[in-house]
Design a protein around this ligand. Sequence first.
Ligand SMILES: Cc1cc2nc3c(=O)[nH]c(=O)nc-3n(C[C@H](O)[C@H](O)[C@H](O)COP(=O)(O)O)c2cc1C
Length: 208
Amino acid sequence: MDFLEVVSTQRAIRRFVTEPVSDDVVRQVLDAAVRAPSGGNRQPWRFIVVRDSDLKRRLGRLYGECGDELIRSAPFYTRALQDPAADPAAARMMKSSRYLVEHFEEVPVFIVACMLSDGQPLSFTQAASIYPAVQNIALAARNLGLGTTITTIHRYRHNEIRDLLGVPRDAAEIAAMIPMGYPAGKFGAGPRKPATEVSFLNRWGTPL
Ligand SMILES: Cc1cc2nc3c(=O)[nH]c(=O)nc-3n(C[C@H](O)[C@H](O)[C@H](O)COP(=O)(O)O)c2cc1C
């Protein structure tokens, strides 16, 4: 696909058809992930490919608790659910997020992006070093006709989810859980502010 078309039509996909995702496709996506840059080229990532149904069910239970916690604790998301007319785009996003919470175990495959931590709090650069790889996953998947969503609400049950996946608490963090499959809906451009609205020339506030 044309690069700009990949970039501009890659968006959060949370509903998937049941068509399986082959190991070969997963491998191609992971090959794209490891081409990403990282601070000091430390490549501090590990990826867990989750296909096992029982594991997905157990993760789904914890992920559901995370979704409930998000609604309880984050006013933006609570409002999006309670007053959809106030911000229809946020309400649509929230409805789609809830769909994933409720259908977690039906997702064909998850890629869980982990980063090495030495058990110490991560510096800004360390923490930032995983997301280029995560975005490469999303873009490579889109190029192959697969939908993904970067998700991070697992952090509400981080330790329990780490334990379930055998991620050593003293050596790694889970940065994102990425559901992946062939989309039930369509790709397309998500709502975004134009670059001119969010860019400055030389100094903050000077229009470009
Ligand atoms: C750092 C990050 C964390 C995110 N966490 C979640 C999440 O936990 N659950 C979820 O359903 N979507 C999550 N998303 C997806 C966003 O909601 C989505 O990218 C955004 O609403 C834009 O969607 P669109 O591309 O379809 O317009 C996350 C995205 C990013 C970049």
